[in-house]
Design a protein around this ligand. Sequence first.
Ligand code: MTE
Length: 319
Amino acid sequence: MLIRSRRAHDIATAEITPESTYLRRREILATALTGVATLAFGGARDARGATTPKPPELGPIIESPYSASEEPTSYDSVTQYNNFYEFGTAKEDPAVQAASFQPKPWSVLLKGRLKKPGSVPLETFLEGHALEERIYRFRCVETWSMVVPWVGIPLGDILKRFEPDEDAKFVEFRTLYDPERMPGQKRQTLEWPYREGLRMDEAMHPLTILAVGLYGRELPNQNGAPLRLIVPWKYGFKSIKSITEIRLRTRAPQTTWSEMAPNEYGFFANVNPEVDHPRWSQKRERRLGDFLRRPTSKFNGYADEVASLYAGMDLSKDY
Ligand code: MTE
């Protein structure tokens, strides 16, 4: 088993890594992984050769007991091979086209079936929640995957603060809609804004987090600054970026990709090597940085934790 079941709030204060130790550890890790000294803290070069400064460091950060014990993918790969159609459709586009995006100030609108709705500045939204680093496997619907040290907060802990009603059965998420700041929205590549959804039990599952950073730093714009979802047992498209709206609903929301191509992308989107995408097999994946492909695991390797959520369902129909 890759994930221990101890809950984050059981962690004693003494186990919280002091920032200096944490950053030193990260620095050593970054250098060891890449073998390139400039990556340690000098900013990275994007695919077109431009230097993009790294975002500010976050801290203090708790090491999460939910982490996978796998070697993280390099910072460069995680931040330069992205899907973020608001900033272009090629994998190299977001690192370049999102470079001048300003994710601050930011607020999140909470609405629908909860007792305490409202628009909340990001700082207030996160207040009182400890930041955790969780090293999660991340598998995109196309055939690549990575292992990312995300920094985030369990979504369920945050939602509870806004007191969901009993009839809240689904959560809908929306990305910022602002074509001036997100130029890809001027083209009809997708129905804007990008929308995603989870069933309430999926949203409350402790593996589901809202991420505000990676590799100990604030989220780079191309990875969904300042706030994005991470659902590690689902294909990457569920992990919606730059969220401005969270709505609790009684019925399943429409989601961007299942609306665009319902025969290719379902609402659940659980990583499932047994169900092929109509245009390619989902049986194998290539971890960024690797040459050879490896077999894909059901639920992205998180079956022990989440398979019970889908007991009795036919996952070839509810894909
Ligand atoms: N969120 C928004 N708003 N727009 C997008 O185009 N792409 C999704 C998801 N979230 C996307 C998004 C897809 S298809 C994937 S695979 C992941 O983001 C990629 O996340 P990454 O760039 O951090 O690897």
